[in-house]
Design a protein around this ligand. Structure first.
Ligand code: NAD
Ligand code: IPM
Ligand code: MN
Length: 355
């Protein structure tokens, strides 16, 4: 039995997560994967019910899980909470030791028309952002007074080494190139970053390393995204660049991610937020949540099942089934149902067998 904790969270989180879980439930039944799901309160909804975003019972359930699926957290309602929903997410990542956040993005041929870039620029772009997730400015000391505030950004050599290894190992299975993104012309943490990544690169002679400043990277992502394979970067730069990258492929609603690191349960979350403006309308794009479920299956060693779900998702987009962020009129649940329809087709073609 594989124990999956589901944290639907706030805004569109519950809607998109429900579609991903429905796909996994069907896949599990057909292929006898033994996935078991249990939902827990997390984020704003946990503040409402328990007074804090990450209740002890939720954290304990996550620690004991084989994997955790997250929707999204946050919303204006909780902006002045003593501990915001977003702080709960940072705490969860830290507590589970999830220092590596993998955010893959591809410009699919079927969605080329919704890329804001000309086809000759974005066609075929295929990039993995490896974002450091449990250090840097997000986790440094904070202080705020009436007229001044500060956030400290710090990194240790060890923190940089371990995320660099993740990026180089990923590149070995891709197109053998790592672009390390920093601001080493200004920041001390970036100088250490560049020096450490250069050192780690020596253990991967088959992988090409280049360094790029983050401001230039933001530009090149738009002018020549195809030149990138793996982008390795620190916490905040990775957050910003991945939202930019997501829209090159059509919408932030498409991207999934895996947060891993310590060898314990991973956290699988779309990169988007709780999108309060469209919450409850059944119009959100669940593709990012479903793509995160694919990454979860791979991480659990159920790669064959993951590939079936990935293929069902891609077929759905190929067929022109689109939610409104991609200019279509499919609802969130209709899109999810179409993925499941295609999954049934994939299963019957492959002949459902046990993993
Ligand atoms: P957002 O990602 O929620 O929304 C940005 C834009 O993208 C909006 O126009 C939204 O409607 C659209 N969008 C996002 N996901 C979509 C989807 N699946 N389908 C269709 N459209 C989608 O970012 P924001 O508005 O800056 O933040 C809203 C809240 O979410 C804030 O409280 C923020 O802190 C939080 N947030 C949470 C996470 C997370 O839980 N991992 C990530 C990012 C933001
Ligand atoms: C993300 C989000 C989070 C982050 C916030 C909500 C803390 O933007 O997962 O990309 O910045 O990591
Ligand atoms: Mn973000």
């Amino acid at each position: 039995m594989i124990n999956i904790v589901v944290l639907p969270g706030d805004g569109i989180g519950p809607e998109v997560t429900a579609q991903a879980v429905a796909c996994l439930t069907e896949l599990s039944a057909e292929r006898d994967l033994g996935l078991r799901f249990s939902e827990h309160d997390f984020g704003g909804v946990a503040i409402d019910r328990h007074g804090l975003p990450l209740p002890e019972a939720t954290l304990e359930a996550c620690r004991n899980a084989d994997a955790v699926i997250l929707g999204a957290v946050g919303g204006d309602k909780w902006n002045d909470a003593a501990e915001r929903p977003e702080a709960g997410l940072l705490k969860l990542r830290e507590e589970l030791g999830l220092f590596a956040n993998l955010r893959p993005a591809r410009v699919l041929e079927a969605l080329q028309d919704v890329s804001p870039l000309r086809p000759d620029i974005s066609k075929g772009a295929d990039i993995l952002i490896v974002r450091e997730l449990t250090s840097g400015i997000y986790f440094g000391e904070r202080s705020s007074a009436h007229d001044a505030a500060s956030d400290v950004c710090s990194y240790t050599r060890e923190e940089i080494e371990r995320i660099a290894h993740v990026a180089f190992r990923a590149a070995e299975h891709r197109r053998h190139k790592v672009t390390s993104v920093d601001k080493a012309n200004v920041l001390a943490t970036s100088k250490l970053w560049r020096e450490t990544v250069t050192e780690v690169a020596k253990s991967y002679p088959g992988v090409e390393l280049e360094h790029m400043y983050v401001d230039a990277c933001a530009m090149v992502l738009i002018t020549n995204p195809r030149r990138f394979d793996v982008i390795l970067t620190e916490n905040m730069f990775g957050d910003i660049l991945s939202d930019e990258l997501s829209v090159i492929g059509g919408s932030i609603g498409l991207l999934g991610s895996a947060s891993v690191g310590s060898g314990g349960p991973g956290l699988f979350e779309p990169i988007h937020g709780s999108a309060p403006q469209i919450a409850g309308l059944n119009v959100a794009n669940p593709a990012g949540a479903i793509a995160s479920a694919v990454m979860m299956l791979e991480e659990l060693g159920l790669g064959d099942s993951g590939r079936l779900l990935a293929s069902a998702l891609e077929t759905t987009l190929l067929e022109g089934c689109r939610t409104s962020d991609l200019g279509g009129d499919a609802s969130c649940s209709e899109f999810g149902e179409q993925v499941r329809e295609n999954l049934r087709d994939c299963l019957s073609r492959s002949g459902a067998y046990r993993e």
